[in-house]
Write a protein that binds this ligand. Structure first.
Ligand SMILES: Cc1cc2nc3c(=O)[nH]c(=O)nc-3n(C[C@H](O)[C@H](O)[C@H](O)COP(=O)(O)OP(=O)(O)OC[C@H]3O[C@@H](n4cnc5c(N)ncnc54)[C@H](O)[C@@H]3O)c2cc1C
Length: 491
């Protein structure tokens, strides 16, 4: 493919990854547009007037890719810290090391008994793990009634803001296996802990600028291609044009979009109802990120803590000051707690009172002392409309309908909310979705990370009114009345 015009919507990690790779391959005819006045998308950071830096929720780099690791090294140079991933759960007025099931000995004896009996019962029925169809069923089959009741179900509702029986299980991939009962019992009886952290479990974090400090250096390479404050309000697939809120119209040959998939479809004219209605099956949670800067140093090696109980509105709190000495104005004088609270139509949160409720929650769970109320130096609220793409039971089917329609029109939707696949929704996955899409377009390489649910060959996905498109097992998607097109071009 030579010099077709590529337009990228979104300068978050996915769009930046695509742009970086285009530049690296020497491609010239492309540009990125983002509605924000900054790059980084959900992986950006904000600094307040006092000098506290806030991420949009705790961001930990879990890389699975040598390319991403090399890119991080290039972008950060020596300007990074390395932190051991130390995670805890707070419940029943105590800290339990994570993973929870390995450390239940910290709970009151009657709860330990309940958890162990539930585990034993679930291990008698391994077939239930295979038969589970929803996340709710899977939790019961995998962990038993005790752990499900005290931790897994309440915690997951707090995170996803959706009932766990609305969620599927295929996003969990190979991670689904029965817990090691013998090891759990040994830990209980011998009184030993089994934690997920250790010298080999470290992650890098930018020394300066929070998580966003990884994305601003992209400007060094591709800054001249990035157009900020450009909100795409309509995409016309027939004319191959994007219209922005300032009235500018941009032509494209190929559109690579990372904006939320449901919003994209709603900004396109003439989408068949059979495709448009599938957006109703894409569910997401929203998030209220509240940072609290406290005028007191804290001596803790904890990274983050999970909160399954209603004693605090948040599901997770990160000691962000532990990630870099530049997160607070002075690490010897301050610490910074970053909390995450979800909301959705299934889970109401009052935004007007969230900061006060978070501060009270931090006192309830003993991360703050009552006397700290006078030491709060700063609070910061970020309201994130699209926070988690929820893997609900009908998601794959919806994606299997929407994505083939888009790609048949030279529109490729990737990234956390572009692909709407939570299981590939982290920063490394996102950057690599951009890189791999460019490799596919320019070098003909298959995309390894993005999962194409339009190719579910065994069970063709029927579109109700098959006027425009239909699925053919083994052939991807073809236009009705048109010869099947090749595998490579079909999606
Ligand atoms: C609470 C939370 C915690 C997280 N924790 C981690 C973690 O620990 N580790 C990790 O690796 N990842 C984490 N992530 C995920 C990480 O933030 C994402 O992987 C990453 O930001 C996704 O990049 P993206 O480019 O696909 O999407 P986004 O970051 O959402 O970027 C999309 C971009 O598109 C732009 N856009 C949207 N609509 C339009 C429009 N109409 N016109 C123009 N531009 C538009 C947006 O402004 C945005 O900049 C977390 C995310 C959240 C919300």
């Amino acid at each position: 493919m030579t010099e077709q015009k590529i337009v990228i919507l979104g300068a978050g990690p996915t769009g930046l990854g695509a742009g970086y790779r285009l530049n690296e391959l020497g491609y010239r005819n492309w540009a990125i547009y983002d509605r924000n006045p900054y790059v980084g998308g959900l992986a950006t950071s904000f600094e307040d007037s006092m000098g506290f830096t806030y991420d949009i929720g705790g961001h930990v780099m879990f890389s699975h890719y040598p390319y991403f690791d090399d890119l991080v090294n290039k972008l950060l140079g020596d300007d990074y810290t390395e932190i051991m991933r130390e995670a805890w759960v707070w419940m029943m007025d105590r800290f339990v090391p994570y993973p929870f099931q390995n450390n239940i000995r910290h709970l009151p004896p009657d709860v330990v008994l309940d958890c162990v009996l539930g585990l034993i019962e679930s291990q008698k029925h391994p077939e239930r793990l295979k038969e589970a169809r929803t996340f709710d069923e899977l939790i019961d089959a995998q962990f038993g009634a005790g752990i499900a009741r005290v931790f897994m179900k309440p915690y997951n509702f707090k995170v996803w803001a959706h009932p766990v029986d609305h969620m599927s299980i295929d996003w969990l991939g190979e991670r689904v296996s029965l817990p090691n009962l013998e090891q759990i019992l040994r830990n209980v009886i011998a009184g030993q802990d089994q934690v997920s952290w250790g010298p080999n479990n470290k992650f890098k974090y930018p020394m300066y600028g929070g998580t966003g400090g990884l994305y601003t250096p992209f400007m060094r390479y591709i800054g001249d291609r990035i157009h900020l404050n450009k909100n795409a309000v309509s995409v016309d697939p027939a004319a191959k044009q994007v219209t922005f809120s300032d009235g500018e119209i941009v032509d494209y040959d190929l559109l690579f979009t990372t904006m939320p998939l449901d919003l994209l479809i709603n900004r396109m004219p003439d989408v068949p109802d059979s495709v448009r209605e599938q957006t109703h099956h894409l569910h997401h949670s929203s998030g209220l990120i509240v940072g609290v800067g406290v005028n007191r140093p804290v001596d803790s090696s904890k990274c983050w803590i999970y909160f399954p109980e209603p004693s605090a509105p948040f599901y997770r709190t990160t000691y962000l000051n532990n990630y870099s000495p530049y997160i607070t104005p002075d690490p010897d004088a301050y610490h910074l707690l970053l909390t995450e609270t979800s909301y959705s139509p299934h889970k109401y949160e009052d935004k007007a009172t969230i900061v006060d409720r978070v501060v009270q929650g931090l006192i309830n769970v003993r991360l703050l002392e009552p006397a700290d109320l006078d030491r709060i130096a700063s609070t910061y609220l970020i309201d994130v409309d699209y926070s988690y793409p929820v893997p609900t039971v009908d998601r794959n089917r919806a994606l299997g309908t929407i994505q083939p329609y888009l790609s048949a029109h030279d529109i490729y939707s990737r990234g956390r909310f572009g692909a709407w696949e939570y299981e590939i929704g982290n920063m490394d996955h996102s950057v690599m979705q951009g890189v791999e899409w460019v490799n596919r377009m320019l070098l003909g390489e298959p995309e390894a990370t993005w999962k194409d649910f339009g190719r579910a060959a065994e069970s063709p996905i029927a579109i109700n009114s098959a006027d425009d498109f239909y699925a053919m097992p083994g052939h991807g998607w073809v236009r009705a009345g048109v010869e099947p097109i090749s595998e490579a071009a079909a999606d």
